[in-house]
Design a protein around this ligand. Sequence first.
Ligand code: HMG
Ligand code: MG
Length: 301
Amino acid sequence: MMPLPPQVTLVEVGPRDGLQNEAAAIDTAAKIALIEALAEAGHTRIEAGAFVSPKWVPQMADAEAVFAGIRRKAGVRYSALVPNIAGLERAIKAGVTEVAVFASASETFSRRNINKSIADSLAGYAEVATAALAAGLRVRGYVSTAFGCPFEGDVDPARVIEVTEALFAMGVEEVAVSDTIGVAHPGQVHALLRALAATVPLRAVALHFHDTRGTALVNVYAALEEGIVTFDCSAGGLGGCPYAPGAAGNVATEDLLFMLDGLGITTGVDRARVSAASRTLEPQLGHPLPSRLLQAESARR
Ligand code: HMG
Ligand code: MG
């Protein structure tokens, strides 16, 4: 076990993962205001949207308008998901400088989410990554269902390692190993990261935990002990994938900051300002924000 790192980087995925699964239509102006407020709160990496098929995910259909509307703050990286070359072309036209491709470690989820086998998706992503890098963009990769699949159950860690290696081989600079449905436990996190460390640089691995079973924070702690220094999180704890039944939101940025601040681990992100940003969404959502920290604060009021 390593000593905990003094500093970590947060990747705020609330404007994408958080909003892609909401039943209520969130207007573009509210998305822009959220992204700007999250940047003001100190986030340096924000996933601001997805250039996916609007038929598949209507909540992300306004990605062009979101990117056109945000005032970009110096020092902040704004990224977007792209599933194919058509998505990359849309992103480049919208002035996006960082994209993410999203593969899966389980066949059924891959087909449900992007209508492709894992092998076909990786072949397509290699083309996307090559074109994106040639255009001067930064590229991130995701490996979904790394700890379990909503359709197949257990996922073989060897599959996760294979897909992670394939993403690095196509030139992505970081891979977000993702617990899509929130089934991971810390023992699994230690084991998978130790196995990955044999062939993959862990400094280039991010962890993306959904918090369905309340294990996301302890999973982050386990990952910190293995030397991981980049974590995805979502303002208010919103999130979920429309093609992953039963998945709850990502670990809430507020809850994660409560733990990291308490441990003395620097992030540069201000918890009160993130909370205020999340709260502005509440009237449009039609349900309480999932963050336990925000719910505890509401109960005290
Ligand atoms: P398909 O239907 O197989 O694709 O979808 P197609 O190539 O046959 O195209 C069908 C139609 O979509 C055509 O239009 C295309 O032009 C259009 P039509 O001729 O019918 O009018 N199209 C597009 N339009 C706009 N932008 C595009 C685009 N591509 C095609 N980029 C496809 C395949 C991949 C497009 C579809 O399955 C898709 O968009 N899937 C995305 C699903 C998604 O966004 N899921 C959520 C994000 S992933 C996630 O949440 C997990 C993550 O958080 C990590 C974790 O937690 O695990 C990242
Ligand atoms: Mg996710």
